[in-house]
Design a protein around this ligand. Structure first.
Ligand code: AP5
Ligand code: MG
Length: 324
């Protein structure tokens, strides 16, 4: 099924995303691969949802958008939790970590997530980032890439205030950049389009404030783990998509992640052997996932192409088994 952005290519002005080379041709150029574990971080309107649809299709993984999951939960106006969630979202704040984490935990076990997952808008705080590490460690999974969609605040107002959504499918349009074929109607079903209740100037300002205060510290958190890259999200949809794929592929080629022990001051104590019983570890220590670059200290630029292929394959298997 082609997405709305692909379906109207070639007919729009210079700002319009549909003037892009086809997304299919980008997929063809970069080849297809299955499975990845990805986090998308970015302010409201930076394009997380737009890119999620394409990336999850490419990697055949599930999309877990905490915004969408919370909107579903808020729908139940009869429960006090539903009402609380709705209030927080309309005020542009962050919903309680416990609620968000339990939604993630539940949804991660779904069969659609067996090849991997893409978190759209999660984690949003250092605490959520730490809790996610614990959760993934308990499931013996790890993140491949954290992509930040960077864009100045003043460009976001136009994107957010012009957004139209088809609620049942999650398809997103834009009055100016990606208009539906027929005004306020979904291209595929003809059903009415809506605006999100938090897409107002007032709530957008609050959402941006929350993003800068609570979410941007996460960028440094993931930079330290060497799995973060920033992408210029002012670019056209297809350019952002292409860059996202290239960065994810680069990360997947490099074994950069391994479990280690760190103390309260974030100092590395020692590497955990796979046989260590976590219950025996001293209480003052916590287990975290930290980057370790080029763990065999090999200058890969001097290796032949064939040897490099074997080297990458072997280190990848060793890494997956927690041996390096
Ligand atoms: P959420 O639904 O995640 O909202 P958000 O982070 O504010 O992001 P948006 O969905 O508004 O933007 P987007 O980046 O997905 O942009 P899109 O692709 O749609 O969260 C909502 C609320 O839920 C939060 O405020 C919070 O209260 C709560 N919440 C969520 N997660 C939480 C968590 N982990 N913890 C606690 N609370 C949480 O694009 C926007 C528009 O721009 C579209 O119209 C699109 O067509 C257009 N567009 C996209 N890309 C481009 C481009 N490159 N060029 C031109 N136009 C573009
Ligand atoms: Mg979104």
């Amino acid at each position: 099924m082609s997405s709305p952005l692909e379906s109207t290519t070639k007919t729009k002005n210079k700002d319009n995303q549909q003037t892009q080379p086809s997304l299919k041709s980008i997929d063809n150029k970069l080849g297809t691969s299955t499975g990845a574990n990805i986090v998308l971080i970015g302010p409201p309107g930076s394009g997380k949802g737009t890119q999620s649809t394409r990336l999850t299709e490419h990697y055949k993984i599930c999309q877990l958008s905490t915004g969408d999951l919370l909107r579903q939960a808020a729908h139940d106006q009869s429960s006090s939790e539903g009402q609380r969630i709705r209030k927080t979202m309309e005020a542009g704040g962050l919903v309680d970590d416990d609620i968000v984490l339990s939604l993630i935990d539940k949804n991660l076990n779904k069969p659609e997530c067996r090849n991997g997952f893409l978190f759209d808008g999660f984690p949003r705080t250092i605490n959520q980032g730490e809790k996610l590490e614990e959760l993934l460690e308990s499931k013996q999974k790890r993140l491949d890439a954290v992509l930040e969609y960077a864009i100045p605040d003043d460009l976001l107002k136009r994107r957010i205030l012009g957004r139209l959504i088809h609620k049942p499918s999650g398809r997103t349009y834009h009055e100016e950049f990606n208009p539906p074929k027929e005004s306020m109607k979904d291209d595929l079903t003809g059903e009415p389009l809506e605006r999100r209740s938090d897409d107002t100037t007032e709530t957008l300002n609050a959402r941006l404030h929350t993003y800068h205060k609570q979410t941007t510290p996460l960028i440094e958190f993931y930079r330290q783990r060497n799995i973060h890259r920033s992408i210029d999200a002012t670019n056209k949809v297809s350019n952002v998509y292409q860059q996202s794929l290239e960065l994810i592929e680069n990360f997947r080629k490099q074994p950069t992640y391994k479990p280690i022990l760190i103390d309260e001051n974030q100092n590395i104590i020692r590497q955990i052997e796979t046989t260590v019983d976590k219950n025996e570890i001293d209480n003052t220590l916590t287990i975290k996932t930290k980057p370790v670059n080029n763990q065999m200290n090999v200058d890969t630029s001097t290796l032949s192409k064939n040897f490099l292929f074997v080297y990458n394959s072997v280190t990848s298997v060793l890494r997956d088994h927690g041996i390096i």
